[in-house]
Design a protein around this ligand. Structure first.
Ligand SMILES: [Zn+2]
Length: 451
């Protein structure tokens, strides 16, 4: 995933502390580093990739998996997700992030960008324990109809102050694995002042902004009606100079050609979440964005929008959804759209750029941090391999990922997570989610004739 797309067949990598100090053909590395042979790890027959990066995930929604399946958008938001999130405690957020982190690690993720959730301090404690890297952000809204009472009371000043405090408390903690970003939930819940102050605060703190952008046609329609622009959210954000290269725009489905151009010129990064797109939002013009020069990466979105938090599944879906979309956009099929090597870059180096972290992660190169995924392709799901790059995208399952290293430390080895006790987290999650749903008054109707 370096700029020349190097693939080292029979390769080796040398790690010192938390960094990569050499990479190349194993024969060259072994002659160059004769004294380290006693620390050699033999991974013959396996494939090493840079740690995968999930650029849009709601860690605090993990306990809400299955609470909003097959319901319309308004029910999803007003009757399920908002009551759930507004009743969360910091402890719930901690447990939810632990549970989410376990699934992320199993799918080869070493770094994620939080979409904006509840109780950043709970998330930070979990990330520290899990051994992952993360850009954390709070869910921020200062305006909007139908908000739960505890959220509606929040002023713009409180929203900014709370995030500045979180930045001071958690930014660059956990050996530099945690960054704190600013969040904007979405434009329909933001005043103009919140948008411009968030933009200025991010510049002052030299950090990123994570925001859901142009998710549904109604959002664009409302912006046209209320904020005096001729198209939608992206056009409006361009007008108020909100589009900058530290902005990570999630979904970004309903954009026109002119708006894609604005995103490219401003250096805005886009997180494409194929499963959530198919389920709830629509087909984003990813191919067009990539050809315009927009940096597009991959995200899972939250558990209630996708259910599976595996970036391996998203790689597979990203390639299929965008090939399928060609039929609708051009009238004919196009199996060459979004080829495997593009998808791999989206899940690695583009993810790192989106997380504003590409100087340190996203590729296996000398000087970068040792964030590495070990894949065992010797299974019914991947054999035989004639084209290893396409096999990684079209055949690999989460189960092929055997070991994961983040910041030079193994966090999963031979499919066993080393940093937390999985069984214990599962039972904590079962208990906490049942209590939380009770507190929030959420009842999931029976679909079939339960006896
Ligand atoms: Zn989201």
């Amino acid at each position: 995933m370096d700029s020349q797309n190097h693939v080292f067949v029979d390769g080796a990598i040398v790690i010192q502390h938390n960094s990569i100090i050499a990479i190349g053909k194993s024969i060259d590395i072994l002659t160059q580093f004769t004294s380290i042979s006693h620390q050699l790890i033999d991974l013959r027959g396996q494939i090493l990739l840079p740690g995968l990066i999930n650029t849009h995930v709601h860690t605090s929604q993990q306990l809400a998996r299955g609470i909003a399946d097959d319901v319309d958008l308004l029910t999803w938001l007003h009757d399920r997700i908002w009551p759930y999130e507004s009743n969360m405690t910091e402890e719930d957020s901690f447990i939810s992030t632990l549970l989410c982190g376990i699934e992320l690690i199993h799918s080869g993720v070493t770094c994620f960008a939080e979409a904006g959730g509840q109780h950043v301090s709970g998330m930070a404690s979990a990330v520290e324990v899990l051994g992952l890297r993360a850009c954390l952000a709070e869910s921020i809204m200062d305006y909007g109809e139908g908000l739960p009472a505890s959220w509606a009371a929040r002023t713009t000043d409180e929203c900014i102050k709370s995030q500045k405090d979180l930045f001071m408390k958690h930014h660059n903690t956990a050996d530099g694995r945690i960054k704190v970003w600013l969040g904007i939930r979405q434009i329909m819940n933001s005043t103009d002042r919140l948008l411009t102050e968030t933009r200025d605060t991010a510049k002052e703190l030299e950090t990123g902004i994570h925001m859901h952008i142009a998710e549904i046609p109604y959002e664009n329609q409302l912006i046209v009606e209320t904020r005096g622009v001729d198209n939608g959210t992206v056009t409006y954000l361009e007008k108020i100079k909100f589009l900058q290269n530290n902005l990570l725009a999630a979904h970004t489905v309903w954009v026109n050609e002119k708006e894609i151009d604005c995103l490219a010129k401003a250096g805005v990064k886009v997180s494409h979440c194929p499963a959530a797109a198919m389920r709830m939002l629509g087909f984003s013009p990813i191919k067009e964005m990539l050809s315009a020069g927009v940096c597009v990466s991959l995200g899972t979105d939250g558990a209630p929008s996708n259910n599976r938090m595996s970036i391996v599944d998203e790689m597979y879906l990203a390639s299929l959804i965008n090939k399928g979309r060609e039929v609708f956009s051009t009238g004919t099929t196009n199996p060459t759209a979004l080829p495997a090597e593009t998808i791999l870059r989206m899940a690695t180096i583009n993810g790192a750029k989106s997380a504003l972290w590409d100087k340190e992660i996203g590729s296996l190169e000398v000087g970068k941090k040792a964030d590495i995924v070990v894949i065992n392709p010797s299974s019914w799901s991947m054999m035989p391999i004639h084209d290893c790059i396409s096999s990684l995208v079209y055949c690999m399952r989460t189960e092929n990922i055997v070991s994961v290293m983040c910041n030079g430390c193994w966090i999963m080895k031979d499919k066993k997570i080393l940093t937390v006790d999985e069984e214990e987290v599962l039972s904590m999650a079962k208990h906490a989610s049942a209590e939380l749903l009770k507190r929030a008054g959420i009842q999931i109707p029976n679909r079939m004739n339960f006896v």
